[in-house]
Write a protein that binds this ligand. Sequence first.
Ligand code: SF4
Length: 348
Amino acid sequence: MENVISHSHLSSQSIIPFKNQEELGGLLKELARDYASKEILILNRFEGRKFQKCPGSPEMICCNYYLLNTCFNCLYNCTYCFLNSYLNSFGITQFINLEELLPAIESFASENDKIIRVGTGEYTDSLMYDEITGIAKNLIEGTAHIENLFLEFKTKSSLVDHLLNIPKKGNAVLAWTLNTDRNIELYEEGASSLRERLAAAKRAQDSGFLIALHFDPIIRYDNFLEEYGAVIDSIFEILSPDGIVWISLGCFRYSPGFKDIIKHEFPKERLTKDELFPSIDGKYKYLKEERIKIFTFFKERIESFSKTPYIYLCMEDSQIWKEVFGYDFNSPEDLEAHMGTYLKEVFL
Ligand code: SF4
């Protein structure tokens, strides 16, 4: 496939070939005058690391998740998205040289007897146009035989129907990031509604996929716990807990500088009016006591329905783990091992 830029605007649509990064840079500069970033699709080779460990956050207990870089940027427009901090990233870049992904996963899985969790949804939404690219189907079918792999596709869409008939799903996990209706409406422009996401998760679960859920970011407002509690109730009305492998929890946080960027990009947003405080990993977060209260609420509400999904915190320190769960971890490897043992016992 040759490197091209495609842009669409109302009735016009064009495809422009380019030869190298320099030419691409010049073209994007010109296009940025007339088009919004998300109207531009760049089909390009990616020469960096396509398979890597999640960089995590210093001093935090991370879960040693692995990332597959398949695309950079997203069709949706979440106010809190950290991709907004990449000022120079104009357009959605779909990588086209993905043929080495499968061998990379295979050799990594065969060199390790631990459980590994890998996902494509770090710098994009895994399923936003996957029915066109076919990336998920290819990866699911190609890795279904790898027993120690949980391959996760994280989305805020409801676009799963093209995957439901895959006969061998292995341990592939279709995952939804959830929020309250209020936060979805205010901060997740273009993504599916909560009802649509849960209905898609139900179709995926009925077809035999494992499911994962992510409450990240949890955003405070008046009554927020009551409304998040209702979301948790809906999950267990709709989905069977026995097929939910993990649920992650993360409170709204941002890196220094982010606030100014989103004030400029989303001038009417109220997201950063709440007071956040610098944490030891350099990010701004809600106060520790407040985070402990929030995570404890989520854990107890989820466990009132089922203790099967493995609940974990995204980028929190061991003190918060101890307060919320009664135990903590010394390192990301400890959390990884604990989670891996659990997943193996319960789901394999
Ligand atoms: S769906 Fe994810 S990647 Fe896309 S804009 Fe929202 S937070 Fe960013």
